[in-house]
Design a binder for this molecule. Sequence first.
Ligand SMILES: NC(=O)c1ccc[n+]([C@@H]2O[C@H](COP(=O)([O-])OP(=O)(O)OC[C@H]3O[C@@H](n4cnc5c(N)ncnc54)[C@H](OP(=O)(O)O)[C@@H]3O)[C@@H](O)[C@H]2O)c1
Length: 333
Amino acid sequence: MIAVTYERPGEPKDVLNVTELPTPTPNDNQLLLKMIRIPIVPADLATIRGLYRTPQKTPCIPGYGGIGEIVSLGKNVTGYEMGTRVMTLPFKNPGWTDGCWCEYICLEESEVLPIKHGRIYESGFDFFNTPLTAYVMTVDILNLSKGNTVLLTAAGSNVGRMVLSLAKERGFSVIGVVRRPEQVEEILSLGATHVICSSQADITQKAMEYTKLKGVDAVLDSVGGEVSTQCFKALGDWGKMIVYGLLALERNAQFDIRKMLFYNLDVRGFWLPAWWKHTSLQERTEAVNETLNLIEKGVLDVHVEKAYRLEDIKEAVSHAERPGNSGRIVLDP
Ligand SMILES: NC(=O)c1ccc[n+]([C@@H]2O[C@H](COP(=O)([O-])OP(=O)(O)OC[C@H]3O[C@@H](n4cnc5c(N)ncnc54)[C@H](OP(=O)(O)O)[C@@H]3O)[C@@H](O)[C@H]2O)c1
């Protein structure tokens, strides 16, 4: 089979190779998936650079997840049938080896979820990274509704666009933050009440002005560094901040403890695989079902910017980080 591999961490377009490998054979407890569609997400690229949470043991195949079809079953697998389409679950242990940027992968039953029909049949490849992440943060954790204002960094990202869709559905307001002035109008057209361009204005100052000095109820930040510092300063009384990404690859930010103390602030991280592992089955099932409903209603609509073959991986990873993408870059093995 064809697989994307890398021998050592580095710039994705430099270190990734296309390799011919033997097609894996499932053991008695595994199913063999033919991968159908795989999103290229920031976590994949940060992992290849060696800058994400769980470094892979190299040489290896990268890729956190996607959708595939079952083409072979181990003899102890009872809950699945040949031909079923499944999404791979977002959990990887420290020291994980091979991912899914390849034609075939062996997984256990507990590592996949079936998809039967509906919009999710096509869009399930991005389910965990984008719709579920946006849903859990805005609804389960922050419980945002009419009257609340959230300050959203990287507002043009796929997760950011989902938060904007949820804002329309639930009635909360979004002050978007983008880094390029040419993106301001687009994010306003997606429903943000205001958009701050971080390369042109101070985020704190603008957010305070837009909230009439009250500060925002919540921050959703996936950038980190100085952007996190400025967003933190814009939190109002009892404000909540979730840090869920490292786009600037800058791990340090400054949070004033005095402000945290006297404003009763709640600042926390969010990483979906850890959330998945540590929440109850009931809580996970409710969040998954609610998110699926919103996908089927068309509220959370996954958009593909361009699909690439595995053979064109260098072009695909370059495109995934090109400014101005409004949908997901995917691999169709
Ligand atoms: N914690 C979790 O469980 C979880 C789950 C899913 C996603 N995430 C995180 O959510 C974030 C968004 O993911 P995504 O898949 O939606 O991303 P995406 O669609 O690939 O979009 C990336 C976005 O980030 C912006 N960006 C890139 N580098 C930036 C920087 N240094 N400063 C400011 N903006 C920058 C880009 O803006 P331009 O258009 O200007 O290039 C683009 O809008 C990522 O950090 C990802 O790791 C976290």
